[in-house]
Ligand binder design. Structure first.
Ligand SMILES: [Zn+2]
Length: 266
C-alpha cells in the first residue's frame, strides 16, 4: 500500500470534473459526466509530470497521444491499483521518454509532459484516474458522448498533495493533503467537543466550520468571494483518521474534518 502523490510541481486546475462535486458546478464539453481534470502546471510553458508512484505503461493511443499507466502497488485510500490516463502528449516527448507498453517509471521520474496533441487551446494535461486493473481499451463512451476512463476515481480524493506542491488553483476541490494538520482538514472545533462519526451516519456540517485551502478560507455559507452549494445533510461514506468523505444525492460531495460534523437524528 502506498500513496499516490500529485504528479506536478504546481496544482493549477484549468477545467474540473464534469460532475457536480464538493459544491463545485459540473463542467461540460469534454469533461461531461466524468472526473477529468485539465492541469496547466505553473503558468506558461509545458510542465512535467513526475510518476506519482511506481507504475507501468499499459496502453498508448496515438491520435490524442493518450497514455494509460497502472500503479505497481495498491494505493492508499483505494484498496487496489490505480490507472492514470493522460492526454495530449507531443510525439517528440513520447519518443524522448522511450514510451512503450511495459515501460516502468519509478516514483518521481519524469513520465509525461503537458502537450498540444488533440483538440487543445494551450499546453496542459488532461488527467483521469480509474480503479485498476486495466480492462479492455481502458475507456468507454459515456451517456454524454464523452470518452471516459473505466471505473473512474476522483483525483482530489486519490492523489496526496505533497507539501512541496505550489497550489495555484485547487479547482475548488478539497484535496487530500500530505500533512492534514496544515490544510483543508484543520478544524476550528475543539477535539473534546466532537462526537464520534462513523461510516453510514447522517450528518450536517457545523455552521462554524471554516477551512483553509490554497490560501482561501471557506465555510458552509460563504467562500472568499463566491458562494458554494452546501447540502442540509450528508451521508458519511468513509472515515479515515479525522477525514470523513461525505455523499449527498448519492455522489461524493465533500471531504471534511470529522470535528465539523454533527450527527442528524431520525
Ligand atoms: Zn480535459
Amino acid at each position: 500500500m502506498e500513496k499516490m502523490f500529485f504528479p506536478m510541481q504546481a496544482l493549477r486546475v484549468t477545467q474540473g470534473y464534469g460532475v457536480a462535486y464538493g459544491g463545485v458546478k459540473a463542467n461540460t464539453y469534454s469533461h461531461a459526466g466524468g472526473y477529468a481534470l485539465d492541469l496547466g502546471g505553473a503558468d506558461g510553458g509545458a510542465d512535467w509530470l513526475f510518476a506519482p508512484c511506481d507504475m507501468v505503461v499499459r496502453r498508448i493511443y496515438g491520435s490524442y497521444n493518450a497514455v494509460w499507466f497502472e500503479s505497481l502497488e495498491e494505493i492508499e485510500g483505494v484498496g487496489g491499483t490505480v490507472i492514470m490516463l493522460c492526454l495530449h502528449m507531443n510525439n517528440a516527448d513520447r519518443e524522448a521518454l522511450g514510451m512503450r507498453v511495459g515501460k516502468v517509471f519509478k516514483r518521481g521520474e519524469k513520465c509525461y509532459r503537458e502537450g498540444m496533441a488533440g483538440k487543445v487551446t494551450g499546453t496542459h494535461v488532461h488527467l483521469e484516474l480509474g480503479r485498476g486493473p486495466m480492462t479492455g481499451t481502458g475507456w468507454a463512451v459515456n451517456a454524454q458522448g464523452v470518452w471516459v476512463i473505466n471505473r473512474p476515481l476522483v483525483p482530489s480524493e486519490v492523489f496526496t498533495l505533497g507539501t512541496d506542491v505550489k497550489v495555484v488553483n485547487t479547482g475548488g476541490y478539497a484535496w487530500r493533503r500530505e500533512n492534514p494538520e496544515d490544510t483543508a482538514l484543520v478544524s476550528s472545533v475543539p477535539a473534546a467537543a466532537a462526537p464520534v462519526i462513523r461510516a453510514g451516519d447522517r450528518v450536517r456540517i457545523r455552521e462554524t466550520a471554516v477551512y483553509t485551502d490554497g490560501g482561501r478560507r471557506w465555510g458552509p455559507t460563504y467562500t472568499g468571494g463566491r458562494f458554494r452549494l452546501w447540502f442540509p445533510t450528508y451521508t458519511v461514506r468513509s472515515v479515515q483518521g479525522k477525514r470523513a468523505v461525505l455523499t449527498a444525492l448519492g455522489v461524493v460531495a465533500a471531504a471534511v474534518n470529522t470535528r465539523d460534523l454533527e450527527p442528524v437524528n431520525g
